[in-house]
Write a protein of this length. Structure first.
Lengths: 272, 259, 272, 259
């Protein structure tokens, strides 16, 4: 059964230095508040996993929390580059960043295998690309019935997965809707899971396109209203496209970035 | 409304490639702009599929990301990301894959990963693959939209993120790729298409005002010109006004991104 | 785009003698009306595919439409045996029935592979059972990363899949909700598909737990109100448990069965 | 209410095996009856999972099938059949797999496929596997409920549909099966449990009124009796009244079926 905790407690209990951590949310429902709490608690040497690193991982990488990144698309959607991600890969600042790179189809299937308790997934993908030459976690597998050669990718089983959802009930059952991406798979694939929510309610009225995570499949639920900003939470907020565009200038320069993080993230709680 | 920008011409020429009633897997940025223009003009029945899991999205403004709320709100169905790739893209159900890119080569291979240096230590690190490798492999055909320059149109891409025709005729067949590959590349200067026998990209159309010399100067390989080179029909007033209205109604600057 | 047709037209156009045919619906939404139309149109030599053959395949088998059955559970839920299925397997009446037998997990994954355009699926299943010894479509497959040995099953790609849904709109978009079983996978795995619906409406208001099949993923939609009886259609009818119980007596005896089918199915349309 | 039937005793004894707050993958028939009795008595927080995709179903009457509408109407979540097997059962998330069967052997292997003759030409053709093989393999532990007779409790099942302990200690481990296997078998006469060292099913409890002689006479192998053989606590009035109310409120005759 999921425990209802504060965000600070949840991150302190579930995220350790050196962990493999997945913060998922496909453009929608990105758990920014949880990412900021990880920065405030100064976690280090994390292996960050995420299909679309987005601004949230640009911040974690720029603040030196990450040792390694497993991903499939590292950009600022509709804007351009993630400058902190680029600086880490191109110049090793603030620390060298090891990368393991896949396609979306491969990453999605790696989470599916993880959620299914299988060691690998099969897809028809990467064919002819240079990704297969540079990424060790892409291998051929042969169909035992037809002899066709397909692509295998290993399961992703994060130590902890963190996602943001619209709401939970007091028993810890979680409900999300709209674009729910790969969050169900990411939570079920993980050893531990934390879900931040906009609100905690008495009962969860069914909603079209909903995904429900039963309380017994989640470790902890934390109330974090607005916890997806500058991403959005359908029914609660809209995507702050202006912030995503302004991030380009904020993140381009190391000092500007560090100053912004100090003011808006580290300084956002008195205990830092 | 007889004056327009090269970007507008490019977007309109790309939109014209999308037939009504077909399904189109849409990358963000230029492809999304052109696909939504097509829906708003000659192809109201165009089915837009976004990798965020939105099937049949009908946005009335341009989304900035492939996961904007407007896409889910207007979709016929919203499915999970594993499902959109496994059940919808992978089996080859989707007619057109619509991609942009940072680098394109003579045989239609696309690079969105890294430019210069070595993969482990690149000069310029790009966002990466996203859904593109499987879109390029599995859609019945691929349409590419990219601004043309010697820096972006190269003899051989530094990194093959999305496979076009590899090193030429026969490579896709040898690899058993489902789709037909890049059938048309729309640029700000004209249109390139693969030579039926060699699969090399050849200039088949020039946009009004553009010249063969400009196109050659903006291409990193010895660009061949089709014998029946034709000129793209200039943007119609309605095409231009709808495009400008779409962009005005959106936060999107249409900048390159293939999320 | 799906064509709106009559049930008779749909079956005539899409179902041929010798086809591999899947009529799916997991207890809920079983397409009985379509099955009866197949009987009336006297299709022969069908390879019938279905996780739970249920009364609908008991009827098709007893009427001699089937050459082969691919399944995972052949009983009358909560009641007991399918007597026509047993008579065909045990005594070859009215014709010998070749069987290909799997578990539910295996069948579900075979449809998933079919819907995904893959030649096979991987699961951890059948281990230690005698099914693996008797069913040729169960083989070992080795994980290229861990060396673990798992189970592979080949994709199911029926010539035609038929399902029943609550409703469709005039463009042929299909909407179903409640227990939707493996129907999406069965339709997407098939070369051709027919969906019978309770009603055709102007627009499909979203419903929780809904599965929507876009019109471009379906071949034909036929109006068939009550078309799932004695199964049920959530929101339209309840399961006729009394009929399922009475089927035990109707189907036990060959003549009683044949008489019942003549009266209630063959006689249910004047053109027979 | 001091008189009850052997079936009632069996169902009540089975219900008592289900701890509150655990999750239980429920086969139809006797398991469903016992699981719902447990929910209605000592285990209100028992999570019932049905292979139709209903997670956390809370039926107020006994379903006749695993897909009755009442299960979807009362579930915390309704998922697809592939998902319930792949995401929920296969990884070993579910505490208890609750199964019935037509034939059970000395080592807890279950047959629901065919009896007598050859597999291709059986004397009696049974419904088959359904979800049972993977339930028996993947749940943390398995509880079996079956009426006991020489015909049904045999030395070796004619067909291994669901694997118990195979030929004895070590087989599950050798095959790498996730779950611990059948930890308890509840019958109309008593309770059998695997010997910790040999995994042979041994009589550990007798229901009130039943004798060791009856149990031996109803078992197709030389049934061993535990040194500390105990007697099942007799049905409580509330257990009986709730069970009878449940059955009265349902169309289900509780007949064996493992759909």
């Amino acid at each position: 059964m999921a425990e209802i905790v504060s965000l600070a407690e949840g991150v302190a209990e579930l995220v350790n230095d050196g962990d493999t951590v997945a913060l998922e949310g496909f453009t929608h429902l990105i758990p920014f508040a949880a990412g900021h709490e990880i920065v405030r608690q100064r976690r280090r040497d994390l292996e960050l996993v995420r299909m679309t690193p987005d601004v949230i991982y640009d911040q974690l990488i720029g603040m030196g929390c990450a040792r390694r990144l497993v991903f499939s698309w590292g950009g600022n959607p509709g804007v351009g580059s993630l400058h902190r991600f680029r600086d880490a890969v191109e110049h090793g600042w603030p620390a060298p960043l090891e990368i393991e790179e896949h396609s979306h189809a491969g990453m999605a299937n790696r989470y599916v295998a993880g959620a299914s308790g299988l060691p690998f997934a099969v897809l028809s993908g990467y064919t002819g690309t240079d990704l297969a030459r540079h990424t060790a976690t892409i291998k051929p597998v042969t169909c035992p019935f037809t002899g066709d050669v397909l692509t295998a990718v290993p399961a992703l089983n994060p130590d902890v997965t963190i996602v943001h959802a619209q709401r939970a009930d007091r028993a810890g059952n979680v409900q999300m809707w709209g674009i729910t991406g790969v969050q169900k798979e990411a939570v079920l694939a993980a050893r531990r899971s934390l879900v931040t929510v906009e609100e905690i309610v008495d009962s969860l009225a069914p909603v079209p396109t909903q995904v429900v995570l039963p309380t017994w499949a989640v470790n902890a639920v934390a109330l974090a209203p607005g916890g997806s900003h500058p991403s959005y939470t359908q029914g609660y907020s809209v995507r702050d496209n202006t912030f995503y565009q302004s991030w380009d200038a904020i993140s381009r320069d190391r000092d500007t970035f560090t100053g912004w993080m100090r003011q808006h993230v580290l300084g956002a709680r008195r205990d830092t | 409304m007889s004056n327009w920008t090269a970007d507008e011409m490019m977007t309109i020429a790309a939109a014209r490639q999308l037939r009504d009633g077909t399904s189109c897997f849409v990358g963000i940025g230029l492809p999304s702009t052109a696909a939504n223009l097509a829906r708003a003009t000659h192809a109201p029945g165009l089915v837009l599929i976004y990798e965020s899991g939105c099937l049949g999205a009908k946005p009335d403004r341009l989304p900035l990301s492939i996961g904007d709320g407007i896409l889910a709100d207007t979709a016929d169905a919203v499915v999970s990301v594993p499902e959109v790739f496994n059940y919808w893209l992978q089996p080859g159900r989707i007619d057109i894959g619509f991609l942009g890119g940072a680098q394109l080569d003579r045989y239609g291979n696309i690079n969105t990963t890294a430019i210069g240096g070595d993969y482990r230590d690149p000069k310029v690190r790009l966002p990466g693959a996203g859904g593109a490798p499987e879109i390029a492999a599995s859609c019945r055909e691929v349409v590419v939209i990219m601004r043309q320059s010697r820096r972006t149109f190269v003899e051989r891409v530094d990194f093959v993120t999305s496979f076009g025709y590899g090193t030429g005729a026969g490579d896709r067949e040898r690899l058993g790729l489902r789709g037909a590959g890049p059938q048309v590349v729309i640029t700000d200067l004209g249109i390139l298409q693969p030579d039926p026998s060699t699969r090399e990209l050849v200039l088949t159309r020039l946009h009004p005002g553009a010249t063969v010399e400009q196109a050659r100067a903006a291409t990193g390989w010895r660009l061949r010109v089709a014998d029946d080179l034709r000129t793209t029909e200039q943007p119609g007033d309605s095409e231009l006004s709808v495009l400008r209205a779409l962009k005005a109604a959106s936060a999107d600057d249409g900048s390159a991104s293939t999320a």
